[in-house]
Design a protein around this ligand. Structure first.
Ligand code: HAM
Length: 403
């Protein structure tokens, strides 16, 4: 027997219903906010992710499904969705159009991580990317949209926010931070030591407890933002307060991808174990430019579908469609024309074997059908069908032609 690869899963039965309920719910809400569907290739040039997600990030340095294709190209299975959407945006020259553009997507992402509960090597995201809007109102609107999606799915969450500043306030802060980190270097873990040189702000979200205790007194960017970033962040928190969306400012929230500036956020759940981030995102005003487009402010997010699968409150399943069955062999063939006609309007389950009444009624329950439609000897003779509405319990005999 051939098993799926480690960290990869089939999506079947009840789980696939949950998956599509999540995607459908998120799609409906994203469309209300003006987002249109975009699909980009799963395979992209490796350079795309190196330049956007960042060479020094764990995703790029350790977790990429990267290989040489038969034409000798260095390619990679996408580890996330934003880079491909930005590449597509620039490729289609949308950066040269004055209007704002908003895209939503869903699909598989690949990261060669150590699999555990809530952490897969192939997982699915639902994401949105909004281009051309520099106002912090858009950051607020996106956070509101995610809250609405989780509310519609019946999922509780904690929201953590931070500001990662901009090209004015981040460089002097980084210098200051490196100074602080160099002094406590000896006591920090090996990963942190490596990051001091490659990506010092990532030290802030090290999961090692000793490192965290040493970082309590580290300089905080939130206290060193430039005027514009500070005013934007205050506006964002005021808007969230007004809207009654509770949040926590987490000064160590830096995100695992290098393209963010200003607003960064994560939605977490306390009900799913250690892999608690159920959505993440933020602003990335320099990425379009970085991928050779015209400067275009942008903000977006992605929800991890597998992480919220168990949390979703599914609507109660209601009886739907028709179950067709025959109680005499000769009537079986009558069912097919009827099934084809009715399938233009509703779901139809056909039982190919002639059976007794009780056995058919069990089939009706199993198919969760609203209507039982049976043809017995009398119905065959009179060209009628027997119909029972399982909700109103009403029973009647109708002409086959009229049904
Ligand atoms: P991310 O935080 O890397 O952001 O991923 C978003 C979500 O994907 C996470 O919050 C988590 O729920 C889920 N996720 C990540 N890795 C795994 C995994 N190995 N197994 C299962 N679920 C996982 C991004 O990917 C950004 N592109 C989000 C974004 C869009 N920012 C701006 N626009």
């Amino acid at each position: 027997m051939i098993n799926p690869l480690r960290g990869m899963k089939d999506l079947t039965f009840e789980e696939s219903e949950r998956f599509h309920f999540i995607v459908d719910t998120a799609t409906t809400i994203a469309k209300r906010y003006g987002y249109g569907y975009i699909e980009t290739p799963i395979l992209e040039e490796t350079a795309l992710f190196k330049r956007s997600v960042g060479d020094s990030s764990d995703i790029v340095s350790k977790e990429m499904y990267q290989f040489e294709d038969k034409g000798g190209n260095d390619v990679c299975m996408r580890p996330e969705g934003t880079a491909g959407v930005v590449r597509s945006f620039v490729h289609a020259k949308l950066d040269r159009q004055p209007m704002k553009q908003k895209f939503y997507y869903y699909g598989p992402m690949f990261r060669y991580e150590r699999p555990q509960k809530g952490r897969l090597r192939e997982f699915h995201q639902f994401g949105c990317e909004s281009f051309g809007e520099e106002s912090v109102y858009e950051d607020f609107t996106i956070i509101t949209m995610i809250s609405q999606i989780f509310e519609a799915l019946g999922i509780g969450f904690d929201l953590q926010i931070n500001s990662l500043g901009c090209t004015t306030c981040m460089p002097p802060y980084k210098k200051n931070l490196v100074g602080f980190l160099t002094e406590i270097k000896e006591e920090l873990c090996a990963d942190c030591n490596r990051r001091i040189d490659t990506n010092p702000i990532r030290v802030l979200d090290c999961k090692n407890e000793t490192c965290q205790s040493l970082l309590v007194n580290s300089p905080k960017l939130i206290n060193n933002l430039c005027e514009e970033c500070d005013s934007d962040f205050k506006k964002l928190t005021a808007l969230l307060d007004n809207a009654g969306i509770s949040y926590e400012v987490d000064t160590n929230l830096v995100r695992g991808l290098d393209y963010y500036n200003k607003t960064a956020f994560e939605f977490v759940s306390n009900d799913i174990g250690s892999q608690s981030a159920i959505a993440g995102g933020g602003r990335y005003d320099k990425l379009v430019e970085f991928l050779d487009g015209k400067p275009t402010p942008a903000v977006g997010f992605a929800i991890g579908i597998e992480r919220i699968m168990e949390l979703v409150k599914m609507p109660e399943s209601t009886r739907e469609g028709i179950y067709l069955g025959a109680m005499v062999e000769d009537a079986v063939e009558k069912l097919f024309a009827l099934a084809t006609k009715k399938r233009k309007e509703t779901k139809v389950t056909v039982e190919y074997n002639s059976k007794g009444f009780k056995s058919h009624m069990k089939g009706v329950d199993k198919a969760n059908a609203r209507y039982a439609v049976l043809i017995g000897e009398d119905e065959l003779k009179n060209s009628t069908v027997w119909v029972k509405d399982l909700e109103s319990k009403e029973e009647k005999t109708v002409a086959l032609e009229a049904f």
